[in-house]
Design a protein around this ligand. Structure first.
Ligand code: 13P
Length: 284
């Protein structure tokens, strides 16, 4: 059931768990995430980066695929289709394409411009029934060409603009964490939580954060956790094993439905693990 992400995240905040945002890249990804969320009776957010949107030939294609797949698989758990780290133009395109949620990442603009653009997009999103996420500070690392330095966020301004949930830069990084990573800055998280009127907070860079830190972040107001790289690594690992075992050369093992099946199963296993860790199973 396609919905915006507002209610599922308010419920998560009040119930002290987090909803996973799993980024999708293609049909297999989408199907694996939807089936796992349904199996576990968990709300879920499908994240689509600008790059993944382009790869899938545009946001219209993505919205049409997700909507049809949600119906044809008989998915009854709440599913939000969310633009991840959207540009100003991308956010508008997703509203028009039928997404149910957007993130506007204005973190690279000067604060006044970020505020002006966020304010405009809040009104547009809400007029169309979408939820909207914005960001303070910047999430470190690189995702689809978007590079952040990982500086700790200043919670002062964005929180009061009518956004539905807020991404916090608290030393979290997209992709794998370096060996010398200092860990999440819980003092900054607590400060942001206290300064932002209990708005659901979002933890980006979910791949590779130790379980105990995830649990602590949830206890400090994180209600949405984004995972991208970990599903990519699981998919790649399972696909490599299939090919290295020569299975693509046996019978019709080269059939894409067979070749991609271990990877799709591996994504499901990762999503299952995260849903358990985040505590959103049976919360649909
Ligand atoms: P990871 O790729 O580190 O899991 O981060 C995902 C993310 O934050 C998407 O916005």
């Amino acid at each position: 059931m396609l919905v915006n992400a507002t209610n599922m995240l308010l419920k998560a905040r009040d119930g002290h768990y987090a909803v996973g945002q799993f980024n999708i890249n293609n049909l297999e990804w989408t199907k694996s995430v939807l089936l796992t969320a349904q199996e576990m009776n968990s709300p879920v957010i499908l994240g689509v980066s600008e790059g993944a949107g382009k790869y899938m030939t545009g946001f219209k294609t993505v919205a049409a695929m997700v909507k049809a797949m949600d119906e044809s698989l008989g998915i009854t758990v709440p599913v939000a289709l969310h633009l991840d780290h959207g540009t100003y133009e991308g956010a508008k395109a997703c509203v028009a394409a039928g997404f149910t949620s957007i993130m506007f990442d204005g973190s690279h603009y000067a604060i006044d411009e970020n505020v002006a653009k966020t304010t405009e997009l809040v009104a547009l999103a809400h007029d169309h029934g979408l939820s909207i996420e914005a960001e303070v500070g910047s999430i470190g690392g690189e995702e689809d060409g978007v590079i952040g330095m990982g500086e700790v966020a200043d919670p002062a301004k964005i929180a009061s603009l009518g956004i539905d949930f807020l991404a916090a830069g608290i030393g979290n990084i997209h992709g794998k964490y370096p060996a010398n990573w200092k860990g999440l800055d819980f003092v900054a998280l607590d400060k942001i939580h206290n300064a932002t009127d209990n708005i659901p907070l979002v933890l980006h860079g979910g791949t590779g954060i130790p379980d105990e830190m995830i649990k602590k972040a949830i206890s400090l107001g994180v209600s949405k956790i984004n995972v991208n790289t970990e599903c990519q690594l699981s998919f790649a690992d399972a696909t490599r094993k299939y090919i290295e075992a020569g299975k693509d050369l046996e019978g019709k093992g080269f059939d894409p439905r067979k070749l991609l099946a271990p990877g799709a199963e591996a994504i499901k296993a990762t999503v299952r693990e995260k849903i358990e860790l985040f505590g959103s199973a049976n919360k649909a």
